[in-house]
Design a binder for this molecule. Structure first.
Ligand code: XIL
Length: 542
């Protein structure tokens, strides 16, 4: 029996947490156990000093199964003098990882900062520097042979415009320093899995194009490179262009490379409102949704464990709170969201499908299968809730403006010939008394069947307004305007099973008290569903 297939056009869709994590209790199964079921390592960066804190070690060891030394394998730490290596701190981390059965990713064999002065203050000839590089890499990788499985071999070689960064390595050795570094690492440990790592390289753009060209060249030449890391130091008030990240992951995967999310954090402004906290959680979980979907993405590492120790406040003044655990080691909303994505995946519910269709580069088209409901009413446990995203049809800014304290989620299933759905809406100001429906706070549903197309609208507190839909529509709001239950009955059909229906849904918010449309500020949270490969004509409504 085929299900009703509808498809959706949306972005930033994390499933809302299914099982919230209470207080400081850590969930069972743990994050790492769930991640394992999806074939993903969940890790974090840390320093040896953190091990002294029992709470740190407890949270880390119970929830994560991968460790990246945040600093202590960098040149200035591990190779402080030309003829002296200092492995003490990094060894402590590797021992901790071994004890807790964690994979280690070494970070980083070649970088342009955190280098010792003996290296940076000297005029090297190319043959000399090549020898220095060879000795460093072979000594460090050799020391950890069999213990450190993954390495960030080269970190941050490119500028935003795709040109090579003018580093010591580039200036003296030219771009072949990359090939050299990968070869030396491979010679020192042929079993190690070797990565190129960078930031702002997750979507399509000049920088990721340059990286793609370079790594493709290396793969073609047989240079031992096995993956590309996306650092993903993100901001809560920004969003990622999901379709472009998807394309970038796909092209790297097509080269046979792995993709790791290597340094995830989502910083938010110190004065940020709840919206940024929610947006942060969505970003964390959307990244996990990508990792769940793409087999090539098998490591998701956050740049730290707790907001107590994070590089953010000192590197980005005015920002903080970028990780999944707060300063008291309590799991945050971001943790719940990531956990929910993994939990849903472990139960066969996948929140992410790659974009398809005419405008897949700027819009997110996602197929979803509406579920047959067991009864002719919607039960929250039976359906998946998707959050609304702002303006995703423009593909530019998916964050709701801070001026609008609005958020929501929706779900739809079906029974016989009825679509049965629910919207949860949160809004600080509700206006419903203006002349035109569209000036008021409302929910709109767009429907398409074959070439036929309908738009139906319900102002908060009211049933759907008169409309041209040939079946029956019914909308009922809770008294507080927070829950909207609706039914759309296709009276010409006996059952919706096997039908493909274009469906999208929008939440509109007008926070101006005056009815004058010219001052109306409309914030449309828009989630569209449409047959795969065919962009819904409702696009013209925005
Ligand atoms: C950062 C560390 O977190 C800081 O403690 C240190 O002072 C500077 O480096 N990209 C990287 C990481 O690859 O090594 C950086 O880590 C953050 C940006």
């Amino acid at each position: 029996m085929k299900n009703l297939v509808a498809t959706s056009l949306f972005a930033v869709c994390a499933i809302m947490p299914v099982f919230a994590v209470q207080g400081s209790d850590l969930p069972t199964p743990s994050l790492k156990e769930l991640a394992k079921q999806s074939g993903i390592y969940v890790g974090a960066a840390m320093e040896a000093r953190h091990l002294k804190e029992p709470e740190f070690a407890k949270v880390f060891a119970s929830q994560f199964n991968q460790l990246t030394p945040e600093n202590e394998m960098k040149w200035s730490y591990i190779h402080p003098e030309r003829n002296r290596f200092d492995f003490a701190k990094a060894d402590e981390l590797v021992a901790f990882a071994e004890q807790h059965n964690m994979a280690v990713k070494g970070h980083a064999l070649v970088w342009h900062i955190q280098n010792p002065e003996w290296l940076t203050n000297q005029d090297w000839t190319a043959p000399e520097l090549e020898k220095v590089l060879e000795r460093h890499i072979k000594t460090v990788v050799g020391h950890y042979k069999g213990k450190v499985k993954y390495w960030d071999v080269v970190n941050e070689s490119f500028n935003e415009n795709g040109s090579y960064r003018e580093t010591l390595w580039y200036q003296v050795l030219g771009e072949r320093y990359l090939e050299l570094a990968f070869k030396f690492a491979h010679q020192a440990d042929p079993d190690a899995i070797l990565f190129y790592n960078d930031y702002s390289n997750e979507g399509m753009g000049p920088k990721s194009n340059a990286i793609y060209r370079k790594v493709k060249g290396m793969v073609d030449e047989g240079i031992p490179i096995h993956g590309v890391g996306f650092q993903l130091h993100l901001m809560g008030e920004h969003s990622i262009g999901e379709a472009t990240v998807a394309r970038n992951i796909q092209r790297l995967q097509d080269l046979g490379l792995k993709v790791h999310f290597t340094e995830v954090d989502v910083r938010i402004r110190d004065d940020a409102k709840q919206f940024s906290v929610d947006a942060q959680a969505r970003l964390f979980s959307r990244l996990m949704d990508f990792a769940i979907y793409y087999p090539s993405v098998d490591m998701y590492t956050t740049w730290g464990v707790t907001d107590k120790y994070s590089w953010i406040p000192s590197w980005f003044p005015g920002y903080g709170r970028g990780l999944m655990f707060d300063k008291d080691y309590k799991p945050k909303k971001a943790f719940d969201a990531v956990y929910s994505s993994l939990l849903a995946a472990s139960q066969g519910e996948f929140a992410y499908q790659p974009p398809v269709g005419e405008h897949a580069d700027t819009r997110i088209v996602q197929a979803f299968v509406a579920k047959p409901l067991t009864q002719s009413r919607l039960n929250d446990q039976e359906v998946i809730y998707y959050p609304f995203a702002y303006n995703q049809l423009g593909g530019q800014n998916l964050a709701v403006p801070e001026s609008h304290n609005l958020s929501g989620k929706w779900a739809v299933g079906y029974h016989d010939n009825k679509l049965i759905g629910r919207v949860y809406r949160q809004d600080d100001k509700t206006f419903t008394n203006k002349t035109f429906d569209y000036e008021n706070d409302n929910v709109e549903v767009f429907l398409q069947s074959g070439e036929a197309y309908w738009q139906i609208r319900s102002v908060v507190g009211e049933d759907f307004a008169a409309n041209s839909f040939p079946g029956k529509t019914k909308g009922v709001w809770s008294a507080d305007g927070k829950v909207f239950d609706f039914e759309i009955e296709f009276t010409s059909l006996k059952s919706l099973t096997g039908e493909t229906i274009g469906f999208n849904i929008a939440l509109s918010d007008n926070d101006e008290p005056e009815a004058d449309a010219s001052v109306m500020l409309s914030c449309i949270l828009y989630l569209a569903t449409t047959p795969v490969g065919k962009v819904n004509s409702s696009v013209s409504y925005l």
